[in-house]
Design a protein around this ligand. Structure first.
Ligand code: ADP
Ligand code: DP6
Ligand code: CO
Length: 372
C-alpha cells in the first residue's frame, strides 16, 4: 500500500530520563549544529521520576507535522525540532505491519506527517534539564516509529541538534559528551562511561524549591556568556579539560571524595560564569519576583549546609550541583548519608504539611531510614 493511501494510524511511545551534569556544558562554538566549547559529564537519572514520555503518531490523513507539550500545542517550526525531524527522516527504513496492512517504503516517510504529544513528569524549563529528557525522547521515539537502526552514538548526535544536553540522555549511567573537533559535528557525540549499575550506592536527592519557568533559557544564557564572559574562555580552555580527566578517574574508582569536590567546584564555577556574563545571570535566585528571594536563600543555604557538614566530617559527605535554575541536586555517597541529609534538609527547611511522604517521589522508604 502506498503510504499516502489508506486510513491507518501508526503509533509509538518512548520514555527518556533527564540527566544532571557534574561537569557542565555552558557555551557553544556553533549555534546551529549545537557544538559545545568543552566536554561535559553527567549522570542520567532513573526514568521513573524525572522523565519525558513522548508518543508519535503517523497517518496519511495528517496534513502537517504538529506537536503538543504537556497538553498545549507548541510550534515545530523552530530549527532544532526541524533538524531532528530531518535527520531521523533521512535514516528512516522500510516498515511493514502485515496484520494492519501497512507497508511504508523508506522514501514514503518524507511525505508522511507526524503528530507528537509529550509530557514531562517534572517541571519544564525550571533548570532540571527538561530539554535533555524532551529532545532525547523526541529523537528516540521518532527513530522507533520510522524504523531507524542507527547506533546510540549516532542518535546522540541527532539529539544534540535538538538540545545539547539531550545527547547525554540517550544513555543511562555516567555519560560524557565529547565536544569533538570537526566543523560538521560528526565527532561531537555522547559515550557511556559507566552503566547504571557501576556506582549504585549513590543516592540523588533533588530539592525542587521552585517549579517556575526560568527567565533566561539555557540557550540564550549561554549565548550571552560566550559573547561577554572572559571567565568562560578560561574555564573551557584551561579548567574543564583537566577536570574531565579527574572526574573520569573518580567515577572509575568510586572515589567519592574527588567526585564530590569536582562536582561542587564545577557547579560553582558555572554559576560564576553566569555572574561574569553581561548583564549578569542569577540562576539561583530571581530578584524580580518577591517570593523567589526565599528560593535564593534556600539555594545558598543548601550550599552552606552541605559545605559545613563536609568540613566538620573532614571528608565530603554530599555533593551539590545546580543547573540553570534554583533547584538543588544533592548526591550522597550512600543510603545512610542520604537519610542523614534528608533529616537535615527537613529540619532546616520544614515543610508546612506533616505528611512528609507527600513531598517525596521516588523511594519513600528512605524516610524510615531517616527516622522520620
Ligand atoms: P531546562 O532547564 O528545563 O532544560 P531549557 O531552557 O534548556 O530548560 O529548555 C526548555 C525547553 O525545552 C522547553 O521550552 C521546550 O522547548 C523544550 N522541551 C522541554 N521538554 C520537552 C519535551 N518533553 N518535548 C519536547 N521539547 C521539550
Ligand atoms: C546548565 O542543553 O539546555 O544544564 O543546547 O541550548 O538546548 P541548549 O542548552 P541546554 O543547556 C544545559 C546547560 C546546563 C548544563 C548541562 O546540562 O551540562
Ligand atoms: Co535544557
Amino acid at each position: 500500500m502506498a503510504a499516502a493511501e489508506g486510513q491507518w494510524v501508526l503509533m509509538a511511545t518512548g520514555r527518556s530520563p533527564t540527566n544532571i551534569a557534574v561537569i557542565k556544558y555552558w557555551g557553544k562554538r556553533d549555534e546551529a549544529l549545537i557544538l559545545p566549547v568543552n566536554d561535559s559529564i553527567s549522570v542520567t537519572l532513573d526514568p521513573d521520576h524525572l522523565s519525558a514520555t513522548t508518543t508519535v503518531a503517523v497517518s496519511p490523513s495528517f496534513p502537517s507535522d504538529r506537536m503538543w507539550l504537556n497538553g498545549k500545542e507548541i510550534s515545530l517550526s523552530g530549527g532544532r525540532f526541524q533538524s531532528c525531524l530531518r535527520e531521523i527522516r533521512k535514516r528512516a527504513r522500510d516498515f511493514e505491519d502485515e496484520k494492519k496492512g501497512i507497508n511504508i517504503k523508506r522514501e514514503d516517510w518524507e511525505k508522511l506527517h507526524v503528530h507528537i504529544a509529550s509530557y514531562n513528569n517534572f517541571p519544564t524549563a525550571a533548570g532540571l534539564a527538561s530539554s535533555a529528557a524532551g529532545l532525547a525522547c523526541f529523537v528516540f521515539t521518532l527513530g522507533k516509529i520510522m524504523n531507524v537502526k542507527e547506533d546510540y552514538g549516532e542518535l546522540s548526535s541527532i539529539a544534540r541538534q535538538g538540545s545539547g544536553s539531550a545527547c547525554r540522555s540517550i544513555y543511562g549511567g555516567f555519560v560524557k559528551w565529547c565536544m569533538g573537533k570537526k566543523d560538521d559535528g560528526s565527532d561531537s557525540i555522547a559515550v557511556q562511561l559507566a552503566d547504571e549499575t557501576h556506582w549504585n550506592d549513590l543516592v540523588i536527592i533533588i530539592a525542587v524549591v521552585s517549579s517556575k519557568q526560568k527567565e533566561t533559557s539555557s540557550t540564550s544564557g549561554m549565548r550571552d556568556s560566550v559573547e561577554t564572559s572572559p571567565l568562560l574562555q578560561y574555564r573551557a580552555q584551561t579548567v574543564v579539560p583537566s577536570r574531565v580527566l579527574k572526574m573520569e578517574e573518580a567515577i572509575k574508582n568510586h572515589d567519592f571524595e574527588s567526585f564530590a569536590k569536582l562536582t561542587c567546584a564545577d557547579s560553582n564555577q558555572f554559576h560564576a560564569v553566569c555572574l561574569d556574563t553581561s548583564p549578569p545571570i542569577f540562576y539561583m535566585n530571581d530578584t524580580s519576583h518577591r517570593y523567589v528571594l526565599a528560593v535564593h536563600w534556600l539555594g545558598i543555604l543548601i550550599i552552606s549546609l552541605v559545605e559545613k557538614w563536609n568540613h566538620s566530617e573532614g571528608t565530603p559527605q554530599v555533593a551539590y550541583t545546580f543547573d540553570a535554575g534554583p533547584n538543588a541536586v544533592l548526591i550522597a555517597q550512600n543510603r545512610k548519608t542520604a537519610a542523614l541529609l534528608l533529616r537535615k534538609l527537613l529540619y532546616y527547611f520544614p515543610p508546612e504539611d506533616k505528611d512528609l511522604s507527600s513531598y517525596l517521589v521516588g523511594d519513600k522508604s528512605i524516610l524510615g531510614d531517616a527516622g522520620l
